[in-house]
Design a protein around this ligand. Structure first.
Ligand SMILES: Cc1cc2nc3c(=O)[nH]c(=O)nc-3n(C[C@H](O)[C@H](O)[C@H](O)COP(=O)(O)OP(=O)(O)OC[C@H]3O[C@@H](n4cnc5c(N)ncnc54)[C@H](O)[C@@H]3O)c2cc1C
Length: 400
């Protein structure tokens, strides 16, 4: 693979675009790419207030899976997983996508029932899923402590073998390079500060680099979506929280799968470079500061040590946080809004990295056609008034 000197140009904004995407994270870049690739729409700008891939796309723990409970979720996340399976080749960039298997541990009867039910639901939806008992868990991941004397003994686990991890910054850079090659303008250091709405239609965005006219405006701004939507007069049912993660010092290979536990509350994988990558739940308060409380990290470490006593002398190298946009049913919001030409893709909360290609695909379709992609339709904003919620708290509880 040969790289040009730069992966993308650094253009100045033009006065007008057919589509303006707000947010240069994974979802914004994937949407731009699929607008060009699938719909031939290239007069597009992605406006990013900071630098490309400085947000959650490069702050997440990169867990990829599709084993969600409800039909609507399984369909969209499985669509995404299938795209991941061909994405390195398609983007001509090694995304280090590694389908090493994701375990969701069960520590009590409630977990066991939920896990078994989800395995059955997944299989009915064509999503690969297995139930492992404690011995099988130990065989699959020998360093897990499955002792019956543990505070929360391991009673079994769901396993999705096709799940795994990828290298997040490569994902963003690869999508950016392809979008740029289609002629899409990726504009960094350009904060959207407001929207011009004429009648019921959005006609332009106001930015720190001036007014930019837009045929359509599409938010892909993750933790800042509710703030931006409010500037267009739309109130969204989203809460923004810090979500922290950490990495250890570099270690020899010792963990070749992804392990998640809702009950002790941690998820762990080992990145290609050798560091253990860990995360847990959100910090409970609302915030836009990309940092969090040390007590959350302490709880996450305690959980990790309970599952993996072998980590007891490993040192933490670095911790950080991203701001995640959490919806009331732990499912995303994708689609049109009451303002014509103004679209949202948000609410992916703690688990949207895995959806990056699938989300971009359905969002691009929704923007291009002006009607929701069939996979996106159930995730419309109006479900919070119709009551047709897609409650994924069980599958998304510990995040991811
Ligand atoms: C610690 C952590 C761990 C996670 N782990 C996982 C995981 O293991 N698996 C998983 O599937 N998901 C995970 N997630 C969730 C996942 O990262 C997000 O759901 C997903 O990245 C959100 O989409 P994005 O990549 O487009 O967001 P971002 O990369 O945050 O992109 C949004 C962009 O919008 C920009 N922006 C905001 N306001 C403006 C404005 N006014 N003008 C211009 N630009 C603006 C921001 O600067 C940002 O770059 C995790 C998140 C965090 C924080």
């Amino acid at each position: 693979m040969t790289h040009p000197e730069f992966l993308w140009r650094n253009p100045d904004p033009k006065p007008a675009y057919d589509v303006v995407i707000v947010g240069g994270g994974g979802h914004g870049l994937a949407t731009a790419y699929y607008l060009a690739r699938n719909h031939g729409i290239t007069n597009v700008a992605v406006l990013e207030k900071g630098w490309l891939a400085g947000g959650n796309v490069a702050r997440n723990t990169t867990i990829i899976r599709s084993n969600y409970l409800w039909d609507e979720s399984a369909a969209i996340y499985e669509h995404s997983l299938k795209l991941w399976e061909g994405l390195s080749a398609e983007l001509d960039y090694d995304l280090q996508f590694s389908q090493r298997g994701v375990l969701n541990l069960a520590h009590n009867l409630g977990d066991v029932r939920e896990g078994r039910r989800r395995v059955n639901a997944n299989r009915l939806n064509g999503v690969d899923a297995e139930w492992l008992d404690a011995d099988e868990v130990k065989k699959f991941c020998p360093i897990i402590n499955v002792s019956g004397r543990a505070r929360y003994p391991v009673m079994g686990a769901t396993l999705q073998r096709r799940g795994g991890i990828a290298k997040h910054d490569h994902v963003a850079w690869a999508l950016a390079r392809k979008a740029d090659a289609y002629g899409i303008d990726l504009i960094q250091g350009c904060e959207v500060t407001g929207f011009e709405i004429t009648g019921s239609r959005v006609t332009a965005v106001e930015t720190s680099r001036g007014r930019i006219a837009a045929g359509k405006v599409a938010l892909a701004s993750a933790g800042h979506t509710s703030v931006l939507a409010e500037r267009a007069g739309i109130r969204l049912p989203l809460q923004s929280h810090p979500l922290q993660a950490l990495v250890s010092e570099l270690l020899e290979p010792l963990l070749d799968c992804v392990v998640m536990s809702n009950a002790v509350h941690v998820y762990v994988s080992q990145a290609h470079k050798g560091e253990l990558v860990m995360g847990a739940g959100i910090d409970a308060y609302n915030s836009y500061g990309q940092r969090g409380g040390i007590h959350v990290i302490e709880a996450q470490m305690a959980a990790a040590l309970e599952l993996f006593p072998i980590f007891s002398r490993v040192r933490v190298l670095r911790t950080w946080a991203g701001i995640v946009d959490v919806s009331p049913d732990a499912s995303p919001i994708i689609g049109r809004t009451p303002v014509d030409g103004f679209y949202i893709n948000a609410g992916w909360g703690t688990g949207g990295f895995k959806a990056t290609p699938g989300s971009g695909w359905v969002y691009a379709h929704t923007i291009a056609e002006g009607t929701p992609h069939p996979l996106a339709e159930p995730f419309a904003l109006d479900r919070f008034t119709t009551g047709a919620l897609i409650d994924e708290h069980g599958a998304a509880a510990v995040a991811h």
